[in-house]
Design a protein around this ligand. Structure first.
Ligand code: G16
Length: 542
């Protein structure tokens, strides 16, 4: 029986860079999750009887909200829901299922790389029929709906057991519980030369994959160990846990430090990788080297044709604005298009749908292609493995050869977390106020050549997104970018992105401090970071 439950709006349900993310206790307020879910059902378009995909990264509160979403879907005219067993679906696997099942959309429950548990973070995101995150027009409509909502609809029957595969009914709606891994693993098999990778592993290529107690564990066990023959133990922290083993499922040098230590140490395997809470981010390492996400994007774009799924070459590359220009050099040399978008995977969707780009990437550890409409951590791992298997060179040799051919974009991101919101906003506002007068100003040896606040006009649908980050470019091409994160759940996170391009063959092996030291000092001088935030050092450097 359908129940209509009276509710009152919350005023803070505006989706950020990637859906609505808040602390778990915040989400547990009466009707908080229900209001947002109802707003999704109300604001998104779907034909009567349409299919919806539902799943999440397994964090605390995931199964509760999966069950709620199923019961609300049944009360909102959805014809069928496809749900990952135990409520689990990695974000790229959800994107794939939406596409495979021709679903009208999907509800993905995740706060990505943010910590989980009863006091951790939770999130709800809506993806559209192409499998990608809803564009701003739809997230704005969802937000507007949350401001005026007066009731939500839910059936009073319980949701079926999430652990049992197969199809049942809930009211008028079909509920299909699927193996979360099967379709995704089959897709990977079509893109990569599993035979070549298996042969390389059998021939001695060693690897380690850290699933960080998050959703990619079952995917990595199936693909890396069972299908590609990597020995048991290759996948570590491979059982999803509700609080990610008490850690941050964030694949970077801070939160995946044990993996980094292993790859830098005397018993290092040839290849190391990690993924995040919902499986869309990746970190790539080789023996003695951490590959920055921006370099990884450039190397993958330059070598993708070595994998069967991309043998005909790639149409173009897209990167988010703060991502380094390393991929631009590949696009330029190969004569293919390069698109610079605001931060957020949702901005790649139109370009991918229009066939303008094949590979996309972001400095925030995201890379992916037109096989789905989300970034995809294991996809990046498998493309790297395919390249290693074909080129028979080490990760370090491949990266160094890449720098020799294209030059090196030295790059670092500095994060100042949980900064006072007003102070962070004041810092950005002050920068914006000074933009017009900045060109020509000298800081040490650096002279500003251009300064602006990035705005983007989508070349496909003409939509415009303004205020996407302050860019200060110096003569010679070095640059500093300032922006506030759209994924934090407490205070504000200031991100400062620092980049220097170096084409000289004798200068490809500088330390990061040597290459970027002056720019880092200049970022503080221009942004007045220490003065305004009270922070002398960033919390995280990636
Ligand atoms: C999300 C978005 C990415 C974005 C990242 C960081 O990733 O999908 O496109 O780059 O957040 O965004 P921000 O700098 O605003 O915090 P994820 O993995 O958190 O879903």
């Amino acid at each position: 029986m359908i129940q209509t439950v009276a509710t009152t709006p919350y005023d803070d349900q505006k989706p950020g860079t990637s859906g609505l993310r808040k602390k778990v206790p915040h989400f547990q307020q009466p009707n908080y999750a229900e209001n947002f879910l109802q707003a999704i059902f109300d604001a998104s378009e779907r034909a009567p009887g349409a299919t919806i995909v539902i799943g999440g990264d397994g964090r605390f509160f995931n199964a509760d909200v999966v069950r709620k979403a199923i019961r609300m879907a049944a009360a909102n005219g959805v014809g069928k829901v496809v749900v990952g067993r135990d409520g689990l679906l990695s974000t790229p696997a959800a994107s794939n299922l939406i596409r495979q099942r021709k679903a009208a959309g999907g509800i993905i429950l995740s706060a990505s790389h943010n910590p989980g548990g009863p006091d951790g973070d939770f999130g709800i995101k809506y993806n559209i029929a192409n499998g990608g995150p809803a564009p701003e027009g739809i997230t704005d409509a969802i937000y507007r709906r949350t401001r005026e909502i007066t009731e939500y609809r839910i059936v009073d029957e319980d949701a079926p057991d999430l652990g049992t595969l197969g199809t049942t009914r809930l009211g008028e709606m079909e509920v299909e519980i699927v193996d979360p891994v099967a379709d995704y693993a089959a897709l990977m098999d079509t893109l990569f030369d599993f035979g070549a990778i298996r042969a390389a592993i059998a021939g001695g290529l060693t690897l380690r994959f850290d699933a960080m107690h998050a959703v990619t564990g079952p995917y990595a066990h199936e693909i890396l160990e069972r299908r590609l023959g990597a020995p048991a133990g290759t996948v570590i922290n491979g059982t999803p846990s509700e609080d990610f083993g008490g850690g941050h499922p964030d694949p970077n040098v801070v939160w995946a430090a044990p993996l980094v230590d292993l790859l830098m140490g005397p018993t290092a395997p040839d290849f190391g990788a990690a993924s995040d809470g919902d499986g869309d981010r990746n970190m790539i390492l080789g023996r003695g080297i951490v590959v920055t996400p921006s370099d990884s994007l450039a190397v993958l774009a330059a070598n993708a044709h070595l994998a069967p799924g991309y043998a005909r070459g790639i149409a173009g590359i897209a990167r988010s604005m703060p991502t380094s220009g390393a991929a631009d050099r590949v696009a330029q040399k190969r004569g293919i298009g390069l698109f610079e978008t605001p931060t957020g995977w949702k901005f790649f969707g139109n370009l991918l749908d229009a066939g303008k780009v094949t590979i996309c990437g972001e400095e925030s550890a995201g890379t992916g292609s037109d096989h789905v409409r989300e970034k995809d951590g294991l996809w990046a791992v498998l493309l790297w493995l395919n390249i290693l298997a074909v080129r028979k060179a080490s990760v370090a040799e491949i990266v160094q050869a890449h720098w020799r051919e294209f030059g090196r974009n030295y790059y670092q991101r500095h994060d100042y977390e949980e900064v006072d919101k007003a102070a962070a906003e004041g810092l950005m506002e002050s920068l914006r106020d000074r933009l017009a007068s900045m060109a020509g100003q000298r800081f040490g040896t650096l002279v500003v050549s251009q300064a602006d606040d990035f705005s983007y006009r989508d070349p496909i649908d003409g939509s415009v997104s303004t205020g996407q980050g302050v860019r200060i470019v110096f003569s010679g091409g070095s640059r500093i970018v300032f922006r506030l994160s759209g994924t934090g759940t407490k205070g504000a996170t200031l991100r400062v992105y620092i980049e220097r391009y170096e084409p000289e063959s004798g200068r490809l092996d500088m330390s990061i401090d040597e290459a970027l030291g002056e720019l880092v000092r200049t970022a503080d001088a221009i942004g007045e970071i220490t003065k305004r935030t009270g922070r002398a050092e960033p919390d995280v450097r990636t």
